[in-house]
Design a protein around this ligand. Structure first.
Ligand SMILES: [Zn+2]
Ligand SMILES: [Zn+2]
Length: 418
């Protein structure tokens, strides 16, 4: 450090003298009062330099704990050592510290600024967090501060002398295909015990033994050394519907991972081997947390293949005309089958395209492309007049979906759309 990094003026020295005479003060707090004057010096170096100049004039520091910070800056190294121990075994590149000062510190800072108003002052929180970071890096031997998306977020509560650490989740985007009917997208708590575990669910707490979420997450949890993961899907298919084609976009959130540099090629292989015949994942890539909302909120268009059973045979011309007439606006009152968990209201959705072919005497196959949120089973059955128009209504006979597959989910907003 050279002298010209802080040119000590008489004004500065006069202020410093008043501060030092007001009570015991640490180098850090004395330096903070002039933080924005000169650069290249740490606050404590700046404070020491001022104090040295004052001592030469016979103005000496008073003994005792600093009246501004109460000695908080002396705790930095010990706190950094504790924070460092908390990061043991956790892979990270970036970190951020946030301090919660005690009410007394906040009051002390206010008093100080009232007595010694200056534009050159650096707030205690700001300086403390930076000093924590410097000491933390010295202890762990690596790391960079990141104010936006740190891997490790520490909060230091000075009043209770506690440090809490939050490890940022890892987010992985991909598409899943569900090859088998009967698997829900996410874990469903047992209807009887609500997840606590009972004889009805064989003490698993689950209504279904497996879910897409669990099948996809298992290898990730193991590789990341994590205990929790959530699958956020771009909508969801019915439990009894398959998800084919290029699959449904999802973001897997791996909570509090110990390992972040996951090998997505190997993990894809592992999911596809362990869940073979049930679930398959593709197009995996790391994304940020924003992608969760993007995937969940995007209204993607969906294409379905529906096998429909008709109460009586229909001629091909009549079938094709009926199916074509459905293209356009569909009014759907909340279906009977979901009315226990969804608000009862009429939704307007569009059927974008529809094709049909006769499979057997009373069976037809439909390919239907619709806006996100269009209920296909009800578009066919009419749901006792709740959905209008419907295939059943147009044909004037009962029609029922017997098999449903989603064969495409697409929206330009998805990270892998081209
Ligand atoms: Zn101090
Ligand atoms: Zn149960």
């Amino acid at each position: 450090m050279t002298d010209d990094m802080l040119h000590v003026t008489d004004d500065m020295l006069a202020t410093a003298e008043r501060i030092v005479r007001a009570g015991p003060i640490c180098d850090e707090c004395l330096g903070r009062a002039f933080a924005k004057l000169g650069h290249g010096l740490a606050n404590s170096e700046r404070g020491l330099k001022l104090q040295t100049a004052l001592s030469a004039r016979g103005v000496n520091r008073k003994a005792g704990a600093c009246w501004v910070c109460g000695g908080a800056f002396e705790e930095v190294d010990g706190l950094a050592e504790r924070a460092s121990a908390m990061s043991d075994g956790i892979e990270f590149d970036t970190y951020l510290f946030g301090v919660r000062p005690t009410p007394r510190l906040i009051q002390g800072e206010k008093l100080f600024l009232e007595r010694f108003p200056t534009d050159a002052y650096e707030p205690l929180k700001h300086a403390f967090n930076r000093e924590m970071g410097k000491a933390f890096e010295a202890h762990v031997g690596h790391g960079t501060v990141d104010f936006e998306r740190p891997h490790l977020s520490y909060v230091i509560d000075l009043a209770s002398d506690t440090i809490t650490l939050k490890v940022r989740s890892v987010y992985v985007y991909g598409r899943y295909r569900k090859l088998l009917r009967g698997i829900p997208q996410t874990r469903w708590p047992c209807r009887v015990c609500k997840g606590k575990g009972c004889s009805a669910c064989n003490f698993t707490g689950k209504q279904y033994p497996e879910s897409v979420e669990e099948l996809v997450a298992a290898p990730f949890l193991e590789a990341a050394g994590s205990k929790e993961a959530y699958l956020h899907g771009a909508g969801r298919e019915d439990i009894d519907a398959r998800m084919l084609g290029s699959g449904r976009p999802f973001v897997l959130e791996v909570v509090a991972p110990h390992v972040r540099s996951l090998d997505l090629v190997a993990l894809r292989e592992q999911v596809n081997t362990t869940a073979a015949g049930k679930v398959e994942v593709n197009d995996l890539r790391f994304v940020s947390r924003d992608s969760v909302a993007l995937v969940k909120e995007t209204h993607a268009e969906k294409t379905y293949r529906a096998l429909v059973s008709l109460a009586s045979p229909v001629e091909e011309d009549k079938l094709l005309a009926a199916v074509s007439s459905l293209i356009g606006q569909i009014n759907q009152r909340t279906p009977h089958r979901v009315s226990h968990r969804r608000a009862d209201l009429v939704r307007v959705r569009r059927l974008i395209d529809a094709q049909a072919k006769i499979v057997s005497e009373r069976e037809v196959e439909l390919i239907l492309r619709g806006e996100g949120g269009l209920y296909i089973k009800e578009l066919i059955s009419g749901d006792e007049g709740r959905t209008m128009p419907s295939l059943s209504g147009v044909l004037g006979l009962p029609a029922l979906v017997t098999e449903l597959d989603v064969i495409d989910v697409s929206a330009s907003a998805f990270p892998d759309s081209v």
